[in-house]
Write a protein that binds this ligand. Sequence first.
Ligand SMILES: [Mg+2]
Length: 225
Amino acid sequence: MKTHILWDIDGTLIHNSPDGANVYLEAFTQLTGAPPLHRITNPHGMTEGQLLSELLQLNGQPSTMLDDLLTELDVHTLAQHDGGFIREAVAGGPEALREVAHRGWDNALLTGNGPLHSRYKLLAAGYSADDFTWQNSFFGDRSPSRPHLTSLVTPQLGDGTHIIVGDTPNDGIAADAASLPFIAVATGAYSVADLRNTSALLVVDNLVGGLEEVLDTITQLTERG
Ligand SMILES: [Mg+2]
């Protein structure tokens, strides 16, 4: 049976980027003709589907605009990429992917971002699209919540060991909802102490000092089946 490591992107594989998030505001402004008066105060761990629906609602726009807003988001994401926007991978992220692949486990994504946004975020941080199995990945651009996204994992991937790696309590809540094991890394907006208040089997500071423990935990989960 296969072991799939379902990596979150923001705060887990790459550092959060306030400038990078401008594409949401640009897409909203382009579509509605004005910038949003009200903004989402804590977007960490939200899916894009959720974030953009709430942004529309907060600003008195119909939720039926979501599809057009996502189309606009892709346009601005491509423009951001073409403009040479650079993101920063977390320390140890590339090595973690290598070690996972080396052990025969599958690197895939479970992220609030859509597929195109995911791809360009990762490329901008120096990862390769080939680092991930895209058909085993889960994208939240049309997902109303992270638990909705995790509910799709076992039906789609079948039997095996499917492990969520993320940086927010929301990742843990979503893992719990689908009875999936959760490993937490404190390279996003939440501290080790915050993440210890979740169901995480393991909380590490980062993927450098914490990598051995992460790999050991995955080994144990895989052997347990
Ligand atoms: Mg995250």
